[in-house]
Write a protein of this length. Structure first.
Length: 452
């Protein structure tokens, strides 16, 4: 028996040595490590906040559909934001590893292999307007979020996100998100400092004890009398995040009151009674008054009536594909090749996305395109370069990666419609509390004229 136990112990030890490395399965830690805040720095230019490019490692276990395919084939098939030439160079330069070892073009993936891809990451700029802390006490933080900044790291945004900026600039590193706002939406955001407070607020939201007031600007003359829309809303494309009014959707209700009209656009107060995805935006589209600057629901892909009362809409697949392709073409038109960097990342002309497969969510993206649309990450590593923190006026210093397709491109500043839409979270009111922000400029002037 003793010999049998010793043999079994030795066999177990050999088996453990053969096991593939795994991502650390620890409880998720609240906030971010100091190392992540210091992996890069940012600077302010022409009213925009820029993040200096930095190295980042996307990490993922091989999915079942990857098994039996080469790493190269998987990257080309799954992550089409970059070209095959880009992935070939990444593999040959050692930026792609499997189970901690360099790979070749012929390396075949097995089940649960650990795949890592080190990329040179470029984040889009956001507005340089500072986050305003409206209220802070021992339990709660209330912030006025400017448009263009996402709440959480998502897609191409990481350091240019609200939670990163709160940690770096305000020392608020261990906070709980209570709700979210779309990236282009401005206004109130609530964060709890403790699990107990987060649960209290979440329960109040579930039980509809918290009321919200938004203000928006819409195209056209909105009715002067109050309007209530009770149309159900269905998420028709989860990958991109597109909704529409549909009988099979979830019940929801929004009340609207016009508070100003200037002959071309109306300023409208919105009071959602439920909290469905894009609820205000979809209901206003259905009523025939899409929000000014809405890149989804004011897009011409919805037809000449912009889906008013659901009329004139083709297949939703065609609508989503058209929206994605127009956004891609807009980005391509803005790209300018820098002649001094023309040799960098050559032959890396990116392909247009192929329909709804291109995602705006935060799923893992080991393909790691610097300009890809998704990229939640399990782990990261930083380079040995500039780790200064703070606002640094001036131009971006040369930090060039010869394999990076973004390094060879000089992008002009984003256009105004790419930074904001006219929707603002104005008031949040609970059983024994109320918080509000000042009106955004596009609403303040019309309301002043109308003595609101």
């Amino acid at each position: 028996c003793e010999n049998h136990r010793m043999k079994r112990s030795a066999d177990n030890e050999k088996a453990s040595l053969k096991k593939k490395p795994r991502l650390q399965s620890r409880k998720r830690k609240l906030g971010f490590d100091e190392e992540l805040y210091s992996e890069t720095s940012y600077y302010i230019s022409n009213g925009l906040r820029y993040v200096r490019p930095y190295y980042f490692t996307f990490t993922s276990h091989a999915k079942r559909r990857w098994v039996g395919s080469t790493v190269y084939d998987v990257f080309c098939r799954e992550f089409q934001a970059e070209t095959p030439e880009f992935y070939e160079r990444a593999i040959k330069s050692g930026k792609v590893t499997v189970n901690g070892k360099a790979v070749t073009m012929e390396t075949v993936l097995a089940d649960n292999d650990l795949v890592c891809h080190r990329v040179h990451r470029h984040e889009p700029p956001v507005t340089a307007r500072a986050l305003e802390v409206v209220h802070q006490d021992s339990e709660l933080v209330v912030v006025d979020k400017p448009p263009s900044i996402p709440v959480h790291p998502c897609g191409r945004y990481r350091h240019n996100s609200v939670v990163f900026l709160l940690g770096r600039e305000h020392g608020l590193k261990n906070i709980h998100t209570i709700h979210r706002l779309d990236r282009l939406t401005s206004g109130l955001l609530l964060f709890a400092k403790s699990v107990a407070k987060a649960r209290v607020l979440e329960e109040q939201i579930r039980n509809r004890k918290i009321t919200k007031e938004y203000v928006c600007q819409v195209n056209g003359e909105f009715p002067s009398e109050p309007v209530e829309c009770d149309e159900p809303i269905l998420v028709v494309c989860k990958k991109v995040g597109v909704c529409r009014v549909d009988p099979g959707g979830k019940p929801c209700s929004t009340a609207f009151i016009r508070i100003a009209y200037n002959g071309k656009t109306s300023v409208v107060k919105c009071m959602p009674k439920t909290g469905r995805m894009h609820q205000i935006r979809v209901h206003l589209q259905w009523l025939g008054f899409p929000i000014v600057g809405d890149p989804l629901y004011a897009h011409p892909a919805w037809g000449s009536q912009l889906a008013k009362k659901g009329e004139g809409v083709g297949s939703i697949e065609e609508v989503v594909t058209s929206i994605i392709k127009s956004e891609y073409q807009s980005q391509q038109q803005q790209e300018m090749t820098d002649p001094e960097k023309a040799a960098i990342g050559k032959d890396t002309q990116r392909k247009p996305p192929e329909g709804p497969a291109i995602s705006e969510d935060c799923s893992s993206n080991v393909g790691g395109s610097a300009s890809s649309s998704s990229g939640s990450v399990a782990s990261s590593k930083t380079d040995e370069g500039d780790t200064r923190i703070g606002k640094n006026e001036g131009s971006l210093p040369e930090r060039i990666d010869p394999d990076c397709s973004e390094c060879g491109i000089t992008r002009p500043p984003p256009l105004p419609h790419q930074l904001a839409m006219c929707l603002h979270a104005l008031v949040y009111r609970g059983p024994d509390w109320e918080f509000r922000t000042s009106l955004p400029p596009w609403a303040a002037e019309p309301l002043k004229i109308n003595n609101y």
